[in-house]
Design a protein around this ligand. Structure first.
Ligand SMILES: *[C@@H]1O[C@H](CO)[C@@H](O)[C@H](O)[C@H]1NC(C)=O
Ligand SMILES: *[C@@H]1O[C@H](CO)[C@@H](O)[C@H](O)[C@H]1NC(C)=O
Ligand SMILES: *[C@@H]1O[C@H](CO)[C@@H](O)[C@H](O)[C@H]1NC(C)=O
Ligand SMILES: *[C@@H]1O[C@H](CO)[C@@H](O)[C@H](O)[C@H]1NC(C)=O
Ligand SMILES: *[C@@H]1O[C@H](CO)[C@@H](O)[C@H](O)[C@H]1NC(C)=O
Ligand SMILES: *[C@@H]1O[C@H](CO)[C@@H](O)[C@H](O)[C@H]1NC(C)=O
Ligand SMILES: *[C@@H]1O[C@H](CO)[C@@H](O)[C@H](O)[C@H]1NC(C)=O
Ligand SMILES: *[C@@H]1O[C@H](CO)[C@@H](O)[C@H](O)[C@H]1NC(C)=O
Length: 299
């Protein structure tokens, strides 16, 4: 049945009134509505909130890019008795997608969560340059680490280490494929020996060396986090309280070693957004980033 002019008028009037009432209601109650949604959804108090679902398994695709440096004129430098300058050629990026899944989540009574993070990486060839089989020659990272460790030790220790290096014919460089340097890892005679010695203060969490070896799919590698869930104060949402049951890391003194700030994935509604605090377990420290833009610029 076609709508008569009167019918049309009433329809328009009806809808108009409805939206007017809704509008007035929203204007008057907007703050309360936002607060209500904020309090119900913007916290990690239980596994039903929207925030929790986003946090438990990060839905945004994340990527990590690795660049490796090939010492392209190694032989020439050695042949010239170090009169030639070493030259390094940038290889990559070797790009991987990164996925974070929270595991062993415990809801504590003190408005915090205790959890671990399972991180999974998959190679993304379409975002990479070169191939994972690229052979790369680089300064032997294990050798450098050992040299750095014994730099100020007693001469007898240094002579001993030197003897070992010559005996085992440890080379200044190592050549491996990109994938071995990144995730697969390669066996290193010095690493094997260091693990066998069981030295105090040296805890090596892998048997093969690779920058990210033994990390893919490991729930324990990143440690245990304690994080505010935002139920008592939404401004605390996502902020770490401790890492491995400690409020500081032993790797950096003072401010840098304090466990504070978010993981960078979950943000509390920042009031002063000129600086943001991030705690990065990869580097065992926190960062204070300054924001070039303020939220005002986007409104
Ligand atoms: C990497 O360096 C090695 C020698 O150090 C050289 O033979 C090789 O051609 C280099 N590869 C690239 C892609 O530059
Ligand atoms: C290499 O250089 C060092 C000092 O720069 C010198 O003592 C040494 O004799 C040189 N070795 C060769 C084989 O030329
Ligand atoms: C909250 O309680 C848990 C479990 O008892 C504890 O590990 C954590 O350190 C506490 N966090 C704070 C901020 O007190
Ligand atoms: C990481 O582990 C997942 C699941 O086991 C696997 O599918 C993926 O290929 C692994 N990634 C790398 C870079 O080895
Ligand atoms: C060092 O390099 C030489 C020559 O390339 C090789 O024969 C030897 O096995 C290497 N040493 C180690 C420990 O890999
Ligand atoms: C926390 O870390 C600091 C710095 O390394 C250390 O002195 C302290 O003993 C640690 N506390 C606990 C409870 O492990
Ligand atoms: C952690 O950061 C918050 C907010 O920036 C601040 O209020 C708190 O004092 C900081 N805690 C430590 C131990 O630095
Ligand atoms: C971060 O750095 C800025 C500038 O250096 C400083 O004003 C601010 O207080 C710092 N924030 C924290 C929490 O230390």
């Amino acid at each position: 049945m076609p709508c008569t002019p009167t019918c049309r008028k009433w329809t328009v009037f009806g809808f108009g009134t409805f939206f007017l009432v809704l509008g007035v209601f929203l204007v008057l109650c907007w703050n309360d509505v936002v607060q209500l949604i904020k309090n119900q959804e913007l916290n990690l108090g239980n596994d039903d909130t929207t925030e929790y679902k986003f946090w438990e398994e990060t839905p945004i695709p994340m990527y990590i890019e690795f660049y490796l440096y090939n010492w392209s004129n190694y032989q020439e430098v050695i042949d010239s008795n170090w009169t030639k300058k070493p030259s390094f050629y940038q290889m990559g990026p070797y790009t991987y997608t990164e996925k974070h899944i929270r595991k062993d989540v415990i809801f504590n009574d003190n408005h915090t969560l205790t959890f671990k993070t399972d991180r999974l990486w998959h190679y993304a060839p379409e975002r990479s340059s070169g191939s994972l089989d690229d052979q790369i020659t680089t300064v032997n990272p294990i050798l450098l680490t050992v040299a750095n460790m014994v730099k100020y030790k007693h001469p007898i220790v240094r002579i001993g280490v030197n003897f070992f290096l010559e005996e085992k014919r440890i080379n200044l460089t190592v050549t491996q494929s990109a994938k071995e340097f990144i995730f697969e890892g390669y066996e290193d005679p010095m690493l094997t020996l260091l693990k066998k010695l069981h030295l105090k203060h040296i805890d090596i969490p892998f048997t093969k060396f690779g920058w990210f070896a033994a990390r893919n799919g490991s729930i324990d590698y990143d440690g245990t986090f304690n994080m505010f869930d935002g139920t008592d104060d939404v401004r605390k949402l996502g902020r770490f309280s401790s890492w491995n049951y400690n409020k500081s890391t032993k790797y950096y003194p003072g401010y840098c070693g304090q466990v504070n700030g978010t993981s960078g994935e979950l943000w509390y509604p920042v009031e002063d957004d000129s600086h943001v605090q991030i705690f990065s377990p990869d580097t065992c420290r926190r960062f204070n980033f300054s924001n070039a833009y303020s939220a005002q610029d986007f409104i």
